[in-house]
Design a binder for this molecule. Structure first.
Ligand code: ZN
Length: 444
């Protein structure tokens, strides 16, 4: 008698449709027909559908002698799934590599490839990277939706008051706006949304982009390309653009000091604006490195810094199952929240141990996981934003010192709330939990 097979996750959902990244339609078709013959095809389709249904942005496969361990990254946190039998895992990987136009028999070299996925009407892009390890092979699958849902800064967690201050800076004259975040902390998203938020109807926006790292198109922003096939240098592109007197000069990557010098001249002489994007752990660290990079222009830049936006991503508590609790006076004190200001804080719902999940008669009554977050307690991510608007004291200190402690203290005395203080506000607004803050700040 055949052994009762346990139902595996990839069998619980309808599989994704594969769209090979091949221009020639007939070639793509024959690749699909060919790979469909093997069992790995439906395993891969089901597993990826399950990952997408779980809102995973990454799937990590770790092949050892015995099994294929599977992990998902959901909202920036890794989750362990039940492992797959090695044989089945191998079959899945062969199919995926073939569909991604990679060498399926090579299990040692570092390789990567791409593949389109379709679930109902939604389209996704899969990037597969594999490399041999001492015990087998490790494979990272990154899953990105083709259409990024529209967001506003408030959807990302920015408080209303900060938003109106930031919007005012974006739409002002004669200033520099810096938008920053640590690496892999959602900088691109915030940057694009901030550009969307700026008032572009009557003003002329010019962006300066390396052709090889072109930015997504945004309505009413004109892209000027340099490098790549253009045969042009940034400086000449910038000079000819400045002749047309644009209102806002946009630098997705920090330019060389000479180019920045040209841009700063425009801020000073004709009240133009510069928006720049850079990777940095905090707003203050961004500002200090920015001024260090452009030290010859620092005296011109510093008086005109409009705002420096910094951020850190955290998981958002699930609104459907978060649990309110009354904070003790000690806890409020620890958090620096004045007594009486916040009546309720929230934490994720954690079910009691299974043996305590019983009905009034003591019979087992397992608690159904929350339908919104599937029992994770969190759903989606938001950013904790800090917005640094230097006052007079900080501006003059920035020209004299790079000492972060000293600069942060001055900023605080001028009313700046750093990431830690903004985090407490985010907890007080019921958007995230103290445990999540601990997890995030332990990383840095
Ligand atoms: Zn929930």
């Amino acid at each position: 008698m055949a052994e009762q097979q346990e139902i595996q996750l990839w069998q619980t959902v309808s599989p994704v449709e594969f769209v090979p990244r091949i221009k020639e339609q007939s070639e793509a078709q024959s690749l699909l027909i060919q790979t469909r013959q093997a069992v790995g095809y439906s395993v891969a389709g089901g597993q990826l559908a399950h990952a997408i249904q779980s809102r995973a942005t990454h799937m990590l496969l770790d092949y050892t002698k015995a099994a294929c361990a599977i992990r998902y990254q959901v909202d920036g946190a890794w989750e362990q799934l039940p492992p797959m039998e090695r044989e089945l895992g191998d079959a899945m990987l062969i199919a995926l590599k073939q569909l991604c136009l990679m060498n399926a028999t090579d299990r040692r070299s570092t390789q990567s490839g791409k593949l389109g996925l379709k679930v109902a009407k939604e389209k996704f892009s899969l990037t597969l990277q594999s490399r041999g390890t001492p015990t087998g092979e490790q494979v990272m699958a990154r899953i990105e939706p083709d259409k990024v849902p529209f967001h506003r800064l408030s959807d990302l967690g920015m408080r209303d008051k900060m938003y109106s201050q930031f919007k005012e800076c974006l739409d002002a004259h004669g200033n520099t706006i810096l938008i920053t975040a640590p690496k892999a902390e959602g900088l691109t998203t915030t940057w694009n949304i901030a550009l969307e938020a700026a008032d572009k109807l009557v003003r002329d926006f010019q962006s300066f982009e390396n052709q090889e790292q072109a930015e997504p198109e945004i309505i009413n922003i004109n892209a000027n390309y340099f490098g790549g096939d253009t045969g042009k240098q940034l400086q000449e592109v910038l000079k000819s653009s400045i002749l047309k007197e644009p209102d806002v000069l946009i630098f997705p990557e920090l330019p060389d000091p000479t180019s920045m010098g040209l841009a700063v001249e425009q801020i000073k002489k004709t009240e133009k604006q510069v928006y720049a994007r850079m990777v940095a752990p905090t707003a203050m660290q961004a500002l200090v490195s920015y001024l260090a990079k452009y030290k010859d222009s620092a005296a011109e830049i510093t008086p005109n810094i409009g705002a420096v936006l910094g951020q850190r991503l955290v998981r958002r508590l699930c609104d459907n199952c978060k649990v309110g609790f009354e904070p003790t006076p000690q806890l409020l004190n620890q958090l620096g929240i004045p007594a009486g200001r916040v009546a309720m804080l929230y934490r994720p719902f954690v079910p009691p141990p299974i043996e305590q999940q019983v009905d009034e008669n003591g019979r087992p009554a397992p608690i159904e996981p929350c339908g919104t977050c599937a029992g994770r307690g969190y759903f989606g991510r938001i950013a904790i934003f800090e917005m640094l608007v230097p006052g007079e004291k900080l501006r003059s200190a920035l020209l004299k010192t790079q000492d972060l402690n000293q600069l942060n203290q001055i900023a605080k005395s001028e009313g700046h709330r750093g990431l830690q203080a903004e985090s407490v506000l985010t907890v007080a607004r019921g958007l995230t939990s103290l445990d999540e803050l601990k997890r995030i700040f332990a990383k840095s």
